[in-house]
Design a protein around this ligand. Structure first.
Ligand SMILES: [Zn+2]
Length: 290
C-alpha cells in the first residue's frame, strides 16, 4: 500500500459508526467550551498529549482510542467469499446537499437535515445515517491521515466516506472547489441543489462492490476531544486519488485554533491525531490476505 507523490495523491477513507451517533457527532462537532489544539511538542499548547488533562469528562487516555495503525498480517480475516457489503444510499437518489463549514479544526460538510443518507451492511446490525464528513490532512505530502496501514501514512483522510479506482473523483473535486468559500474560520457555504454532490459522484467511492467492500473494522473512539469510545471504525483498503491542485485547496484553509507557532501558524493543516495503542483489540477484515 503506497501512495503516489507525483501528480496524484491518495486518501485514507473511513466510515465511523457510533452506537449513539447523534450524541457522538454532536460532541465531536460542537467540541464544547474547552479549547484544544493539534500543536505538538509545544508545552502548554493543549495539543493531543495534553487533551486528557483539559477536561475531566473526556476519555482521551482510554484503552480503545483511535486512530490506530492497522498491521495487516495481524488482522482477523472474516469469510472473504461472502463479504458483508457496506452501502451508502440517499433516499430518492437526490444530490447530497448541506453546509460546508470551517470550524477551525477541519473542513466539515454537514448533510442537509431534509436528506436521508443511510449506511447499512458491513456486519452492522442496523442502519445508520450519515450526518457529516470532514477531512484530516497534512501541511505536506508526508503526513495527514489519522489511520495508518502497516505504518504507511497518507496525505489526507476522509472519515465517513469511501473508495475508488478512477483517478479523478468528481465529489472530491467539487469539495475542493467549495473550500475556496470557507478558507477563513467560521466561513459557511451552503451547498445548494445545483452545487450538490450526487450519489453518483460518490458511487466510485462508496458503491463499487469490488472496492468498497474491503475494509478493516475495529472498535475505537472519536479522534477529537472528548475521544469517546463509543464508535466502530471501518478503514477502507482502497485509496482513491486526489490531485495536487485539489489538496492545495485544503492546505489554504486558515485556523486560529491550531498551530499558533512555527511555519504553519494560522493554517489548519496537520489537523490529525497520532495513532494510539491497540491494547489487544482485534481488527476484523474481509480482505483476502495473501
Ligand atoms: Zn475526524
Amino acid at each position: 500500500m503506497h501512495f503516489k507523490r507525483s501528480l496524484t495523491l491518495t486518501l485514507v477513507l473511513c466510515t465511523v459508526v457510533a452506537f449513539h451517533l447523534e450524541t457522538a457527532v454532536v460532541q465531536a462537532t460542537e467540541l464544547g467550551d474547552t479549547p484544544w489544539t493539534y500543536d505538538r511538542l509545544i508545552p502548554g499548547a493543549k495539543g493531543p498529549d495534553e487533551w486528557e488533562t483539559l477536561n475531566g469528562n473526556w476519555s482521551c487516555n482510554g484503552r480503545k482510542q483511535s486512530p490506530i495503525n492497522v498491521i495487516t498480517d495481524q488482522v482477523m480475516q472474516n469469510d472473504p467469499t461472502n463479504p458483508p457489503n457496506l452501502r451508502l444510499t440517499v433516499a430518492g437518489n437526490k444530490p447530497i446537499t448541506g453546509e460546508l463549514r470551517n470550524n477551525g479544526y477541519a473542513p466539515t460538510f454537514f448533510i442537509g437535515e431534509e436528506l436521508t443518507v443511510k449506511l447499512a451492511g458491513g456486519l452492522l446490525q442496523e442502519s445508520y445515517f450519515l450526518k457529516q464528513f470532514h477531512f484530516h490532512f497534512g501541511c505536506n505530502d508526508t503526513v495527514g491521515s489519522e489511520h495508518t496501514i502497516d505504518g504507511n501514512t497518507y496525505p489526507i483522510e476522509l472519515p465517513m466516506a469511501n473508495s475508488s479506482t478512477s483517478p479523478a473523483n468528481i465529489a472530491l473535486e467539487k469539495i475542493a472547489q467549495l473550500l475556496n468559500n470557507v478558507v477563513d474560520e467560521n466561513g459557511n457555504h451552503v451547498v445548494t441543489q445545483s452545487a450538490g454532490i450526487h450519489i453518483e459522484d460518490f458511487a466510485p467511492l462508496l458503491v463499487s462492490p469490488d472496492v468498497a467492500d474491503r475494509f478493516y473494522k475495529y472498535k475505537g473512539s472519536l479522534t477529537t476531544p472528548g475521544c469517546y469510545e463509543s464508535v466502530t471504525w471501518f478503514v477502507m483498503n482502497n485509496h482513491p486519488q486526489i490531485t495536487e491542485k485539489e489538496i492545495l485547496a485544503f492546505r489554504n484553509l486558515k485556523s486560529s485554533k491550531a498551530h499558533v507557532q512555527g511555519p504553519n501558524a494560522g493554517r489548519m493543516c496537520n489537523n490529525f491525531r497520532n495513532t494510539m495503542p491497540l491494547n489487544g483489540r482485534q481488527i476484523h477484515s474481509n480482505i483476502v490476505l495473501s
